[in-house]
Design a protein around this ligand. Sequence first.
Ligand code: OAD
Length: 245
Amino acid sequence: MRIPAALIEKLAKARHVAVLTGAGVSAESGVPTFRDAQTGLWANFKPEELATPHAFHRNPKLVWEWYAWRRETVGKVSPNPAHHVLAAMQSRFTRFTLITQNVDGLHQRAGSHDVIELHGNITRTKCFKEGTVITEWPDTRDVPPRCPRCGGLLRPDVVWFEESLPEQAITDAFAASRTCDLFLSVGTSTVVYPAASLPFEALEAGATVVEINPQPTPLTAQAHFVLEGAAGVVLPNLLASVNVA
Ligand code: OAD
């Protein structure tokens, strides 16, 4: 794919680059996207029946086991070129902010640091009652295990439907979107709010907005540049073009 010269110029000059990633970035690692009808998690499960506080109240064992399965899936896959390029980009610009909706931790495994995780991380566990992150608990037969502090049930540290996003993460994400010179929206359907409003915030604040996605989204018509294709192909191409500019 040919990267437009005007985009290479904008990127080469950018001082603050902000990136929003979604499930599409992990697709090439083998993590199913949410809205892929054929292979997506939603084809086999109804997340709205599993990823809610109500579901956990109703059947904590089922919800814990579903996440245990997802954690195992994620543990078996590796970061792909898209994750690696985004990790390399953090030292290429004066300021670089990586915001993700993904809960798989693959950005960090590729070497990205200070990632703003809007929807939490599946590898972390917290107490359902207290909200405290718990790293160790006694090995009993309880499913889910119990909080060693208060005896409450443990749950994954992810954002469920009907729950608010972590306050600091969303504040930082909005601030970065409003102050960046260039905003990249990669592999997200741009339909789940408030994350979906970030590229529009960047547009309003005057940033150059670039979308990387093989499919159109509600952002496509308004983005300054649309690079239609897989993140694992387009991102390496983009970074290589800027590095030779
Ligand atoms: P979706 O599954 O909604 O969208 C994935 C997007 O990735 C689609 O637009 C695809 O076209 C695109 N895509 C697929 N393969 C790609 C590739 N190789 N390279 C680039 N793009 C590709 O996932 P998200 O937008 O991340 O929230 O979904 C947002 C949120 O919806 C999730 O974080 C989750 C869900 O509800 C929570 O769990 C709270």
